[in-house]
Design a protein around this ligand. Structure first.
Ligand code: AMP
Ligand code: ZN
Length: 479
């Protein structure tokens, strides 16, 4: 297979497929965004890093990507089905703020982490509360097709009316829901799998977020926002829809039901799902359980956010990934190692003319063969651990510094690890700057005795120095 033909696992067809976009060389991608009632945990960020890698890989392969991400700022209930409290109202009560302030605060916190992880901003970010009109129109369209019914607390989707309901998750799963195994059963629903499109505010309930609708004052069901916004921004059929693995069973299944029920067309041609990050002792990460690791916690402990990005590349996105401090330490070291090599390559490349060597292999277009390995691994369902291994292999190869440097820079347009950044300078211990300045003065005055004394004084502080044409360089001496 051509190393540049991108293929990946499609949850819908349960196999790896060549990506064939609706419009040549373009890709429309919808990714489910955060529910902004709390900080995002590093598990959530695994999913966003994988989605960012997909976007970057498609761009590398020449696609013009339009990526849409929603912000769930209303309607996501604590049970993921149609019971429980709206997570936004819960967050507002927890912090004594308005639901709107909670949404604003946690949206900003999310994008701060998102950017620190070098994730490219989506082309469109859309908060659900700004698309109520589109959501009401979608419910009306479903109603006109006879796919809905009303009960005491709202308008529901009648899943029995859609013959292929549940095709994303597979047949056995839907039967499980129909038997009431997966979601809490509301006795008034015709089928346990039926889900709310519009929930009516309970009598006497004063919700902070509610809107008028043909069915009464209330708020949209969680699944509705993604169908309405995806179709609004990307059209009735989209190329790729992504999210974490938890969304297959209910959220994405119901998005398909709503969109395909309304349009009669396929909603998304490809579905990509990212397996969960788990913590060894705590099981899966969960915002609702309260205790979870966030990116700022890692940063406070001295980790580069991109060490977490690197850590995510160590396992395939379709395999569960277990977080451990040993593993993130190893990633922090590898990242530093890669940056140090790139720094050295820059110096070498400046001094060395890039001439292809007769004893090395080149591709027909003149590039070293490691490019092919990189592209093959990337095009094969984003095999990032193989990509990383290939980069180490390339850096340790006999090709010229300039050839390696050109490659690693281009590869980093997909990895997003800032490999061109100089390795982190260690913090200078107190008093060292003064001693170095005093020694430079002594050397200028040719007082070499004093200069040696100062070198010893610096060593006692754990700092060794080197005199270079550009001035004194220092480094910490490890014991
Ligand atoms: P939420 O903010 O809960 O709506 O989730 C945002 C995204 O993170 C969704 O795509 C989820 O599927 C995903 N997600 C949630 N928990 C995890 C986890 N532990 N590991 C990876 N992705 C997750
Ligand atoms: Zn969604």
């Amino acid at each position: 297979m051509d190393s540049r033909i991108f293929h990946f696992y499609n949850t819908l067809t349960r196999q790896k497929e060549i990506f064939k976009p609706l419009v040549k060389d373009q890709a429309g991608i919808y990714t489910c965004g955060p529910t902004v009632y709390h900080y995002a945990h590093i598990g959530n960020m695994r999913t966003y890093i994988a989605e960012d890698t997909l976007v970057r890989a498609l761009k590398y392969f020449g696609y013009k990507v339009t990526r849409v991400m929603n912000i769930t700022d209303v309607g996501h209930l604590t049970s993921d089905s149609d019971t429980g409290e709206d997570k936004m109202e819960l967050g507002a009560r927890r912090e004594g703020k308005s639901a709107w302030d909670i949404a604003k605060f946690y949206t900003e916190a999310f994008f701060k982490d998102y950017k620190a992880l070098n994730c490219v901003m989506p082309d469109v970010t859309c908060p659900a509360t700004e698309y109520i009109k589109e959501m009401v129109a979608l419910v009306s369209a479903l109603e006109a097709k006879g796919l809905t019914y009303s009960i005491g607390d709202g308008v529901y989707f009648d899943t029995a009316r859609l013959p292929d309901y549940g095709k994303l998750a597979g047949k056995g799963h839907v039967e499980g829901i129909r038997e009431g195994a997966r979601v809490e059963v509301n006795a008034e629903k015709r089928n346990p799998a039926d889900f709310a499109l519009w929930k009516i505010s309970a009598p006497g309930e004063q919700r902070q977020m509610e809107w008028a609708s043909p069915w009464g004052k209330g708020f949209p069901g969680w699944h509705l926002e993604c169908s309405a916004m995806a179709m609004k921004h990307l059209g009735e059929t989209i190329d790729i829809h992504c999210g974490g693995e938890d969304h297959v069973a209910v959220h994405h299944t119901n998005e398909i039901a709503q969109s395909e029920g309304a349009t009669g067309k396929p909603f998304s041609n490809y579905w990509m799902h990212i397996r969960f990050l788990v913590t060894g002792d705590a099981g899966k990460m969960s915002k609702s359980a309260g205790e979870f690791l966030t990116l700022p916690v890692l940063q406070e402990k001295g980790y580069d956010p991109l060490a977490y990005r690197h850590f995510c590349f160590c396992a395939h996105y379709r395999k569960q990934l277990e977080f451990s401090w040993e593993a993130i330490d190893a990633s922090q070291k590898s990242l530093g190692g890669l940056r140090a090599i790139v720094t050295r390559l820059k110096e070498e490349a400046a001094a060395q003319a890039p001439a292809p060597r007769k004893d090395l292999e080149y591709l027909p277009d003149g590039r070293p063969t490691f490019w092919k390995h990189f592209e093959e691994a990337l095009a094969d369902d984003l095999n990032m651990s193989l990509v990383l291994a290939g980069i180490w292999g390339a850096l340790h190869s006999n090709y010229s510094a300039a050839e390696k440097l050109a490659f690693v820079r281009e590869a980093d347009s997909v990895l997003g690890l800032d490999l061109d950044r100089a390795p982190a300078q260690e913090a200078m211990p107190a008093g060292v700057a003064e001693l170095i300045a005093e020694r430079e003065t002594a050397r200028k005055a040719k007082d070499f005795k004093r200069s040696d004394e100062l070198r010893m004084a610096l060593l006692e502080k754990g700092v060794s120095i080197e005199d270079t044409p550009k001035g004194t360089k220092w480094k910490l001496v490890r014991g």
